[in-house]
Design a protein around this ligand. Sequence first.
Ligand SMILES: [Zn+2]
Ligand SMILES: [Zn+2]
Length: 433
Amino acid sequence: METLEIPSFITYAIPAFFLLIGVELSFQWITGRKLYNFRDSIADLSTGVLNRGFTLLYIGFTVAAYSLLFEKLRLVRWDLEDPAQLWMSAILGFLVFDFLYYWAHRMSHEWNVLWAGHVVHHQSEEFNLTVALRQPAFHQLFTWIFFLPLALLGIHPAVLIAIGEISLIYQFWIHTRVIKDLGLLEWILNTPSHHRVHHGRNPEYIDKNHGGTLIIWDRLFGTFAREREEPVYGIVKPFRSYDPLYANLQYWREIVGLMRRASGPLDKLRILFRPPGFEPEHPEKPIVVPSVRPGAQPYRQSTSWARILYVGFWFAVVSGLSLAFLVSESTSVWVLLAVVLWSTLSLVALGQMLSETRRWKQLEAMRLSLTAVLCILLTSSYREWLPEPVGAGLMHVPFFWAVLYAACALGLGWLIGISGRQARQHAEESSAL
Ligand SMILES: [Zn+2]
Ligand SMILES: [Zn+2]
């Protein structure tokens, strides 16, 4: 197979994503219109980090399977040395990709097995640019099959990866309430207005506007809905947790419950291909989406400034360090696995702290201890066994490590303080009884 060097557009787009989030945040401060919620955005970005990590673990398998099909079964052979043919294959590939994306996305709303992954993108009750980065960790394990016809058309795997990244980058900016409508472009392109409808849980907006870059597929196949009133965002059964791993597993638990309720083995299996809201005991019953109160407010809890600073600091460290390794080409599979495990544990602990679950303190203590041990390992023999992450220079600055050690020690001290206070309170209460 011809080798084709195409840069990773996503890697370059990440700084632009954060710049645009900054612009939207400034808009919130200037206008006083509440667009962001700290806990929700941290949860969105945490699922984004998990998405990058887990996808990298299995993307090799999906690319290999696609490449095999491309090698053996392609019906068209493009001369990729010729720039005209390369561009033609890329443009045709993009159009067909967008068409297949529409179906993959539509089925992700209509089949439980695919909704289990895609639901992550829809759990937020906010609508801002951080929601765009709220992406599932395991979804691509299933959806890559939809894109196999591109192999028959001779679309090179590297071209397909580039097309997929461009589509994802396009879909970033449409997650905003700041842009109202785009005039004539609304006829062809998927726009913020169309995508707000897609994220709405108003009955008239459910399962509408599945398009990626183009909206023409929805217009053609009858799933288009115009934005008539501001949608109420989120999913029909509200999801109330900031834990990014639970966000990815929650609907699978629901599927298992539905399968238990179904009678025969075939009906149990069919649950995977039933739409969300299907009840095994009443298969004929139409699915009714509950109405929403216009102007209903999203789930928002206030957070103390100390908690915002604490979680904000650790989120920046965890996501920054993880992404530095994940986007580095020299990262081996073992380091990748270690980074994914550490970042998952860390973001779960921070998410559970924000959700104030019963076990958040134990998890946080575990995370801080593990991070301190990793810091010791990284500072002692870092050069010998670790690949160069992006921004490796920072790892040679002693101050960087000093800050991390201090943060781990202070965090553990804080947790011991809280636990001690609670134990004393508990003892006083039981002696009063
Ligand atoms: Zn969707
Ligand atoms: Zn979206």
